[in-house]
Design a protein around this ligand. Structure first.
Ligand SMILES: Nc1nc2c(c(=O)[nH]1)N[C@H]1C(S)=C(S)[C@@H](COP(=O)(O)OP(=O)(O)OC[C@H]3O[C@@H](n4cnc5c(=O)[nH]c(N)nc54)[C@H](O)[C@@H]3O)O[C@H]1N2
Ligand SMILES: Nc1nc2c(c(=O)[nH]1)N[C@H]1C(S)=C(S)[C@@H](COP(=O)(O)OP(=O)(O)OC[C@H]3O[C@@H](n4cnc5c(=O)[nH]c(N)nc54)[C@H](O)[C@@H]3O)O[C@H]1N2
Ligand SMILES: [Mo]
Length: 550
């Protein structure tokens, strides 16, 4: 889901937290609720604005906390990012503010971009985005004249059916201004989970082996075949939502779900339930009996971060140690122990026990031995071992044991050679509001809870944010005669939930916001399982709903 490849060949933060915090003259935050969802980075940006006068352009349909620090807040309609970015680039080119030397030396395909943004005048974009042409001009000029500027994005950019085009558009923007390969610049997707970067790096994607080595490239397949004794066929696998659809049609018969709770966090939960129920066999490995685990034939009790040794790779690509501080209770075991033991038994079944491939036997006694295997097979992790990261972690690419790690990507050269501009057209979300479902629902998170609430709702955080709220603008609340604190029903073509209304200026008129943290009013009963055809990420950030008094 999160392994989006950009115009220059990687899907990770290009810069480090330190250089972004200290050296950016300006920030462009688009689709990231940085204060609430990435509080450490959010704090350093607030400091940069307050203490050294850095400029901040925010593009977000909601009045999120960091808006208070923004020089300009572009409150655009959900799903209108490409129109907004194209118009800003239109301004930069027509005002002759683009970085001609960078474009000439480091990029290709500029003419395609130039032609594509030509029709996106600020006036045309105003119609699509709802942001005034004047503000679009001001934001573009502010970023073009305060360099280096760092672009930061998160799920407001990716969770759309045009998610991958949105990302390309962000890359276009930063290349146009020559903000790549320099401290304080870059295109920076803020990674969500503690180890989602590590999971992507090490092959938890459908088309790559560890280190983004493509399954469809024969030499890569041969390399892993020689190391493991067995590997999948030369075909890409199915992504999450596609797997569920395949379960429904009987093409997928068994699922092993590890540390994921699709009964809360996948779009269109009623459909997810139907898909999971169609399986012959469901195994869930979790630290709690989650909504998904409740449907499983077998539940394997895993141990969470504080109860195991290993590494997490954080948002700036830094591979860091985690250490066991508590002994897991009862039958719970570290995830790697459970998987190793399953792997051993499978290897035996498949006759791989005596296979001469060095890693066919699953003989690991400690996670550091797994890291040694990763190092041997994964060039970007080639210089990592537990001794080197004992004290401070290292950021990849780190190809050899004397390499210091790489804090800034694409210095002097992109990993694909030249950075490629692409002409990107705006397209509306799949489901637009109409008479029956007149409002746009956008979903996300709050500071106090984590995803399906499975972990945070067992803690005192529940006292700080105890129930689901439906944020609705006073204008819409007024026309629906809904008062603050009143119970409302929210319905979409897929389902219905009841929750308390919070009448607030935070969302734009026409937009309602809900979190997906509460099972009593699960937002994913409402969301649509429409996917970006390339990245396969669901459109969590826009669907059509109706709100009524309950
Ligand atoms: N406390 C807490 N922190 C978390 C998490 C959590 O659950 N709780 N989850 C973690 C994870 S896995 C992730 S992925 C990150 C997510 O971090 P974020 O992506 O920052 O969080 P979201 O709330 O999903 O949405 C981000 C922003 O997108 C805006 N938005 C909605 N629609 C659009 C749009 O069309 N365009 C633009 N430009 N913006 C839009 C929303 O108003 C919101 O401010 O947070 C991580 N951090
Ligand atoms: N409507 C809407 N839906 C969304 C999103 C949105 O913005 N809007 N965001 C999407 C995004 S970006 C994300 S990342 C997903 C998150 O979706 P999920 O990954 O499904 O959510 P989590 O609640 O983080 O974790 C799932 C499970 O992992 C378990 N767990 C925690 N630690 C461990 C461990 O160490 N070992 C094991 N085995 N299990 C563990 C938890 O108990 C929990 O049941 O949600 C997605 N869904
Ligand atoms: Mo995420």
């Amino acid at each position: 889901m999160t392994g989006l490849v950009t115009a220059f060949g990687s899907g990770a933060m290009t810069n480090s937290i330190e250089d972004i915090s200290n050296q950016a003259k300006a920030y462009f935050i688009i689709g990231s609720n940085t204060t609430e969802q990435h509080p450490v980075i959010g704090t350093s940006i607030r400091q940069a604005v307050k203490q050294r006068g850095a400029k901040l352009v925010l593009a977000d349909p909601r009045e999120i906390p960091i808006a208070e620090f923004a020089t300009i807040h572009l409150k655009h309609r959900p799903g209108s990012d490409i129109a907004l970015l194209n118009a800003m680039m239109n301004v930069i080119i027509s005002e002759d503010l683009h970085d001609k030397t960078f474009i000439e030396e480091r990029t290709e395909n500029f003419d395609e971009l130039k032609a594509a943004v030509e029709k996106y005048t600020p006036e045309y974009a105003e119609e699509i985005t709802g942001v005034s042409a004047e503000e679009i001009r001001a934001a573009a000029c502010l970023l073009a004249t305060n360099k280096p500027s760092s672009l930061l994005y998160a799920m407001g950019i990716t969770q759309h059916t045009t998610g991958h085009q949105n990302v390309l558009s962000c890359a276009n923007f930063q290349m146009l201004l020559g903000n790549m390969g320099v401290p304080g610049g870059g295109v920076n997707p803020l990674r969500g989970q503690n180890n989602v970067q590590g999971a992507c790096d090490l092959g938890c994607l459908v088309n790559v082996y560890p280190g983004y080595q493509k399954v469809e490239e024969e030499d890569k397949r041969d390399k892993f075949l020689a190391a493991w004794g067995k590997t999948s066929s030369l075909r890409n696998g199915l992504t999450v939502v596609d797997m569920l659809n395949a379960a429904e049609t009987g093409k997928v018969k068994a699922l092993f779900i590890l540390g994921e709770n699709p009964m809360m966090t996948d779009p269109d939960i009623n459909h997810v339930r139907q898909c999971l129920k169609s399986l012959d066999f469901l195994v869930v490995q979790d630290i709690f009996l989650s909504e998904t685990a409740q449907l499983a034939d077998v539940v394997l009790p895993g141990a969470p971060f504080a109860e195991k040794d290993g590494t997490f790779t954080n948002t700036e690509r830094r591979i860091q140690r985690v250490r066991k501080a508590i002994v897991p209770p009862g039958n719970a075991r570290a995830d790697w122990v459970i998987i190793r033991d399953l792997g051993k038994r499978l290897a035996k079944r498949m006759g791989l026990e005596d296979n001469p491939a060095p890693y066919a036997g699953w003989d690991y006694e400690h996670p550091s031995e797994i890291m040694d295997e990763i190092t041997a097979l994964t060039p970007i992790y080639g210089g990592i071992n537990y001794d080197r990261i004992d004290d401070v972690g290292l950021p990849w690419p780190c190809p050899s044991s004397d390499h210091p790690g790489t804090t800034i990507l694409h210095v002097g050269k992109f990993s694909r050679g030249l950075g490629k501009f692409s002409g990107v057209e705006w397209m509306p979300p799949v489901e637009e509001p109409d008479e029956e479902y007149p409002l746009v629902l956008t979903t996300g998170r709050v500071l106090y809870h984590w995803h399906g609430g499975d972990m945070t709702r067992r803690t005192n955080l529940e006292l700080l944010y105890p129930e689901a709220l439906v944020e609705i603008n006073p204008q819409d609340a007024g026309s629906l005669s809904i008062e603050d604190g009143e119970m409302v029903t929210v319905s979409s073509r897929r389902g219905q939930v009841t929750a308390k209304a919070e009448v607030t200026e935070r969302p734009l008129p026409g937009v309602v916001f809900m979190t997906f943290h509460f099972k009593e009013a699960a937002a994913n009963l409402l969301t649509i399982a429409a996917l970006d055809p390339v990245a396969k990420i669901p459109e969590f950030k826009a669907c059509a709903v109706r709100v009524e008094k309950a």
